[in-house]
Ligand binder design. Structure first.
Ligand SMILES: [Zn+2]
Length: 114
């Protein structure tokens, strides 16, 4: 399952970071693109199970969904692509190319204060 694999790799990254800092992680934020979305509940559920007995037990993951963007071929404007209104908000043109979808990213880990 998509979310279980993601949860596992995020867990390993956080455990390594926490070990290097010698601090207990409290929460983390990850981001994903619109074409490859993560289900917030599913990834938290998988993470909770995978984190049992590790330094990450009890952590919460926050998922930031990064919208898909497009660049207009006529005026060069870059905008958030709206599937219900697929036109450039700058010039109204319909000639645009999609930007690459945002990658899965571990954006931030919040550690406990020492
Ligand atoms: Zn335009």
């Amino acid at each position: 399952m998509h979310e279980a694999m993601i949860a596992q790799s995020i867990l390993e990254a956080i455990i390594q970071e926490a070990a290097e800092r010698g601090l207990r992680p409290l929460r983390a934020r990850i981001s994903c693109g619109e074409l490859n979305p993560i289900n917030d509940e599913a990834v938290n559920f998988a993470f909770e199970i995978a984190a049992r007995g590790t330094a990450c037990e009890g952590m919460r993951l926050e998922v930031r969904h990064v919208p898909l963007r497009a660049t207009c071929e006529s005026c060069g404007h870059t905008f958030e692509f709206d599937i219900y209104s697929p036109a450039c908000p700058g010039c109204g043109g319909a000639d645009f190319k999609m930007n690459p979808d945002a990658p899965l990213l571990l954006e931030e880990i919040e550690f406990e204060d020492t």
